[in-house]
Design a binder for this molecule. Structure first.
Ligand SMILES: *Cc1c(COP(=O)(O)O)cnc(C)c1O
Length: 359
């Protein structure tokens, strides 16, 4: 006997989603973003599932890149924020990583270092998100400095959108305009699009894409969207019923007594909690799926367990499987009940949840 929490990862769905991203911009190359353990899906298995068809992977830091190299991944790996420290540069050289540069100290570090090979350098421009990147006015000078480096095979301009998940929002159009108005930008490679822009902002496609969330099959949009509607959920999080009880009208369930039974209520306790990464902020009413039917969270999520109202689901028994999100219930829908986004639903799963892979 053991606890039956599991996340099933459908690697074929990830390949389908990657191909869907590529199909939006057939002339562009798509770096598959697998940072944060591939958004909780397992960076190494996801990289292996995609390595035959992607030009490069993208991660947040060198530790993530080294883990992939150590597991035998040979493709280029791009460090989305570049190096945090110049001591990383010898490793960049030794292991064939690609770097982004967002600040002057990174350009200076590249100027001082020596490299045995050449690689594309992604020059990050701040077009309006105001998190990372050079002011557009400084870009021509930085391009020149990078182009002088022996290690620099090509300068690719890169920027990141703050609101591309809002298809009607002018902020994204303004960011694209600022990007396009950089002197010389038209002659350089360009990498602008996260998942939402891959799906909804064709003008941002250019030569390189950086899809992340969409590879895992969750939509960044709050509404239905033509491309997002074709995504396949890669992760299905399930557990089982470990206890059942009938609770009288007027009784409260769980910590804080936040769910009070409005009728005689059948409560199923399931093995899943915030210790597994399921959000503690799930409100009463958050859906789960059992026997192909919806039931609702009733009472606060605790560390190892949570309680659901199965009054309207016939024949629930101990040991029955419950889906928290996945193929039958989208992570995006559950996220709205939890005051979050699907990104955190998958990324925040803890190591206590075993991942099982199918091709
Ligand atoms: C995480 C990240 C992405 C991927 O974003 P999604 O919304 O998951 O597609 C792209 N670019 C940068 C710089 C990122 O940090």
């Amino acid at each position: 006997m053991s606890r039956k929490v599991r996340a099933d990862i459908d690697l074929e769905a990830i390949r389908h989603n990657y191909r869907l991203a590529c199909a939006q911009a057939p002339d562009a190359k798509a770096v598959a973003i697998i940072k944060a353990n591939a958004y909780g899906h397992g960076a190494i298995p996801v990289a292996r599932a995609l390595e035959a068809e992607v030009p490069a992977f993208g991660v947040a830091c060198i530790e993530e890149a080294l883990e992939l190299r150590e597991s035998g991944i040979k493709l280029p790996i791009m460090l989305l924020e570049g190096c945090f420290d110049e001591q990383e540069l010898p490793l960049v050289d030794k292991f064939g990583f690609w770097v982004a540069v967002h600040s002057l100290h990174q350009v200076e570090a590249l100027e001082k270092a020596s490299f045995s090979s050449r690689f594309p350098v992604f020059l990050k421009v701040d077009t309006g998100m105001h998190r990372l990147g050079f002011d557009p006015a400084d870009v021509p000078e930085m391009v020149e400095r990078l182009q002088r480096l022996a290690c620099c095979e090509e300068v690719i301009l890169m920027t990141h959108f703050a609101r591309s998940d809002e298809p009607a929002e002018v902020a994204t159009a303004q960011q694209i305009e600022r990007f396009e108005s950089i002197p010389g930008a038209a002659e350089l490679g360009a990498c602008l699009s996260n998942s939402a822009a891959v799906m909804a902002w064709p003008r941002a496609h250019r030569s390189w894409l950086r899809p992340g969330m969409m590879l895992y099959g969750a939509t960044p949009f709050t509404e239905s969207q033509r491309v997002a509607d074709q995504l396949q959920a890669a992760m299905t999080l399930t557990t089982e019923v470990i206890a059942l009880r009938d609770v009288a009208e007027g009784e409260a369930v769980g910590y804080g007594g936040t769910f009070v039974c409005k009728r005689p209520t059948r409560i199923a306790t399931i093995a899943m909690g915030y210790g597994d990464g399921y959000p503690r902020h799930a409100q009463n009413g958050t859906p789960v799926v059992i026997h192909g039917r919806r039931a609702a969270v009733a009472g606060r999520v605790s560390m190892d367990m949570m309680t659901i109202d199965v009054t309207d689901v016939p024949d629930v028994n101990i040991g029955d499987r419950v889906e928290l999100f996945g193929k039958a219930l989208s992570a995006a829908e559950v996220a709205t009940w939890c005051g979050t986004i699907p990104y955190t639903m998958v990324t925040c799963l803890t190591p206590r949840v075993p991942r099982y892979y199918s091709e």
